[in-house]
Design a protein around this ligand. Sequence first.
Ligand code: HEM
Ligand code: HEM
Length: 133
Amino acid sequence: MEPVIVWYLRMSVIYFMAGVMTGVGMLLWPGVSGYYVPVHVHLNLLGFMSMMIYGVGYHILPKFSGRLIYSPVIMKIQFWLANAGLAGMAVSWPFAGRGEYPLSETVLLVSSLLTLISVVLFAFNMLKTVKSV
Ligand code: HEM
Ligand code: HEM
């Protein structure tokens, strides 16, 4: 398995742990849980689920078409953008939610855009890879 694919899978399960820990934290501290719902949701859905799908998808989907991945370079760039984007979102969201820290809102917006770019890169790479045989 390509090293970057192994890293997609590793990061996925790390985000899974972070996501469920946030969930348990929200149950333990209900007073502030509202600020952490989007962190919890996106660690689980963008971190665990999407990162797992990126890793498994990059490994297996080209094989279904009997092809190699269209761009291994895009696959690597996407890894860094997806992780920088999600980490930025997770760290800035609780601060941005309070509305008192303008810098956190900028970080949230920039990291969301990085995430968006990473999704577009994944879509492009997959669309150029999977073909009917
Ligand atoms: C130990 C495991 C988990 C705990 C303790 C937990 C806890 C919570 C809590 C307290 C909320 C907020 C509920 C509310 O106040 O409305 C929540 C929301 C949510 N959780 Fe989890 N969660 C866990 C695992 C997961 C996992 C694995 C996923 C997804 C793969 C997930 C997805 C969501 C989603 C999407 C919401 C938002 C639901 C909505 O829009 O109202 N959670 N969770
Ligand atoms: C660039 C990527 C994304 C951005 C910028 C984004 C942004 C947002 C925002 C602003 C909210 C509202 C949060 C709030 O109530 O304060 C939200 C909620 C939510 N998002 Fe995302 N999202 C992204 C990707 C995704 C993906 C890929 C999924 C699922 C696979 C997802 C699932 C959800 C869910 C379930 C909620 C409702 C959570 C709740 O009840 O508060 N998001 N998202």
